[in-house]
Structure formats: C-alpha cells, structure tokens
Design a protein around this ligand. Structure first.
Ligand code: PHB
Length: 386
C-alpha cells in the first residue's frame, strides 16, 4: 500500500517536472517583415493582426508567453538568408514568421528547411514554398501566387473576354500570378497576347501603358501590391485606359490601398481570399477588434497575420508549448480547421490554405463581394514531396 503511494507520488512529480521543462519561458517569435519600401504598410498590417490574436489569448499561445524579435527585411532577397540566420543563431528565435516578398520568403524557407526551424509565412505567395520546398516545419497562412491568378483566369474567361494582356513586376510573385491567370484563361478559350513586366519595385509604367493602348486587348490582368499598386491604378486611370479596357487583378491591387487610390479604383474587379463585406459574425468581430486596437480598417494582410498567430497557437497547444515536437505540431495543423475571418479553411498536405477565392468589386472604400470565383481552391503543390 505504502509502496504504491510512493510510486504514484514519484510519477506525479516526474510528470510535472517534464511539463515544466517543456514550457519554461517565453516562445520567441522572429517577425521578419518589411518596415520600409513599397511593402511597408503590408508588414505593419501583418504584425498588427498577429499581435491582435496573441493579445486576445492573454499574451500566451500553447501556455507560453510570446516574445517578439523584429527585423526589417526591406523586401530585399539579397539580404534574406543572412537576416533569417541572424534571427535563428543570434536571437535564438523558436519560430520564424515572415514575410511579404516571395523572393525573401524563398530564402527563409531554405534556411528553415536546413535548420529545422518552424516557419509560418503570413503573405508571400511563392509557389515553391508549398511546392518543391515544402517541409514538415513550413506553413503558410496566406495563399500561393497561383491561387488568385487561376481564379481570375476562370472568371475573366467566363465574362467572355478572349484576348488579355498581363502586366506585373518581374519577380516570382508577379510571374506566378500571371502563370495562374494564363493557365485558367487559356484552358477556357482565352489567349494572353503580351506579358509586360517592369523590374521590382519600379513604378515607371508609361511606356507599357502605351503598349497596352496599341494592342487593344479585351482585358488587362495585373499583379501589383502596396505602394506600386496605388501608383499603377492611378496611372491606368489617368492614361485614359480605364474608360476603354477593363483592368482586373489579383486582389492585392486594391487591398489596403483604397484610401490612396480614391475614385481611380472604383469598379475594379479582383480575386482574393478576403473581402471587406463578408458580413459573417466571425469577420465582424475581427474587424471591430482590429479597428479598436489600431484605429484603422483591417485588410487581407491583417487577416493573414491574425491567422498565422492562430496557426502557431494550434500547433503550440498540441505540443504543450514544446516547439521541438515538429511532427506533432504539424499533425495538429494538418487536421485543423482554422477559424479565419476570411471563412474557415484547412491546410493542404503541402501546408497551404485550401480556401474560397472571392470575386470582389471596388465600391467606395470597400472591396465588396460579388460572388465566389473558386470554391475551396487548393494549390496544385507541384513538386512537393512530403
Ligand atoms: C509576394 O511577393 O509574394 C507578394 C507580395 C505582395 C502581395 C502579394 C504577394 O500583396
């Protein structure tokens, strides 16, 4: 009898020691986002969204307090590998969260894969991150570049457009967005006749707008975001093209940008996994909390940051705060339904959201939902072996 009692006591003591050893202090989150340049506002919205969710949980995820280490990645791929390594080796972060720019994100994914560090991508759509570079410890709360592009390709063909010209920045995000559009548009009977590009992050569009006017397509599809999207939409209108050739795009073209674009954005249709007029209780609560905390309206980037924190919370809860348990962390996310303001979503085997892509139209200061362009759209995850 006595022996059993001692045995039970020892087992309890051991269990609590182990629990304590697994969750001793804070979880360090390395926020690697742009704080300067054309994507600076996007970085702020992502960070705001992330912090909002953590604050709603009382500052803790999976029982552990969250501590942030911040780094401005400047949307510069040439500095990305060193920056990611700095966060891991110098600052000892447990989790990397970043970033906006696809080129920077691909470098982060390589470092995450090599070091086994958890990575949650809260924007960058680089197809490779959940394609050839997919890994057990890499997750995305946002989209693949292919997703909104593909959805708009189908929507544009359905509208009866036959000839399209595309225009974007010459880097992974732009090229992959155009590829997604072209794949669906041409499969459905359309033809992309010109693929115009400017170097990132240039905003000298005049020569290319002249070319568009000369080739007279039925529609122009574009990928621009942040400061560049503001400039492009304004230039498109002032060139006179807005009155003659419809401009469509991946929804970043008009997200977080409408205050600056004003009337020049009115009526533009885009495809994206979020909109300003969802009207669901979940989204209404999120928008109210965000507006209260940050005195500004949330956008798609804020949602993606919020959901990155939700995903970290789901993983950390499953492993009781022990970030070394990568397999259990991944298993929890792979079966999770993430309660996003955009609408609930699940993750594909490659860890990319399977989600509805909305067709939206700018009306005043909002991207209003016109319909669902593509229901539960999954990225094909080409090249992912996991
Ligand atoms: C990207 O580089 O993948 C990217 C950047 C800004 C966006 C969307 C995608 O709004």
């Amino acid at each position: 009898m006595k022996k059993t009692y001692i045995g039970m006591f020892a087992a309890t003591a051991l269990a609590s020691t182990v629990t304590f050893a697994q969750a001793p202090g804070k979880v360090k989150v390395g926020l690697m986002l742009p704080a300067t340049g054309t994507y600076a506002a996007l970085g702020t919205a992502i960070e705001n969204g992330f912090r909002l969710y953590v604050d709603e949980q009382g500052g803790k995820l999976g029982g552990r307090e969250i501590e942030f280490v911040k780094l401005d990645d400047e949307s510069d791929p040439s500095k990305a590998t060193d920056n990611a390594k700095k966060l891991i080796k110098r600052d000892n972060v447990d989790v990397l969260v970043g970033t906006v720019h696809s080129g920077v994100a691909m470098a982060m994914a390589k470092v995450a894969k090599d070091t086994g560090t958890l990575l949650i991508v809260p924007n960058a759509g680089a197809d490779a991150v959940t394609g050839p570079m997919c890994a057990q410890n890499i997750f995305r709360s946002s989209f693949s570049n292919w997703q909104p592009g593909f959805a708009m390709g189908e929507a544009a063909a359905k509208k009866g457009y036959k000839k399209a010209v595309t225009i974007t920045w010459k880097y992974a995000a732009g090229q992959e967005s155009i590829n997604g559009f072209k794949e669906a548009f041409e499969k459905n009977g359309g033809k992309v006749t010109d693929d115009l590009q400017v170097p990132f992050p240039n905003v000298e569009f005049q020569a290319l707008l002249t070319q568009i006017a000369a080739s007279k397509p039925d529609v122009v599809y574009t990928f621009f975001a942040g400061g560049g999207a503001v400039k492009f939409v304004k230039d498109y209108a002032s060139s006179g093209l807005k009155a003659t050739i419809p401009l469509v795009g991946a929804g970043f073209l008009t997200d977080g940008t409408l205050d600056a674009q004003g009337a020049d954005a009115e009526g533009i249709q885009t495809t994206l996994h979020y909109a300003d007029s969802l009207g669901t209780p979940r989204d209404n609560a999120f928008r109210l909390a965000y507006a209260k905390a940050f005195k500004s309206q949330p956008d798609v980037y804020a949602v993606q940051g919020y959901d990155a924190a939700q995903m970290l919370g789901i993983g950390l809860t499953a492993v009781n705060g022990d970030v070394s348990k990568k397999a259990e962390f991944a298993a929890a996310l792979e079966k999770a339904k993430i309660d996003s303001p955009r609408g609930a979503f699940t993750l594909s085997k490659a860890h990319n959201p399977i989600q509805d892509i909305y067709l939206r139209q700018v009306s005043g200061k909002e991207n209003k939902v016109v319909g669902i362009a593509s229901k539960a759209l999954a990225d094909p995850a080409r090249g992912c072996r996991m």
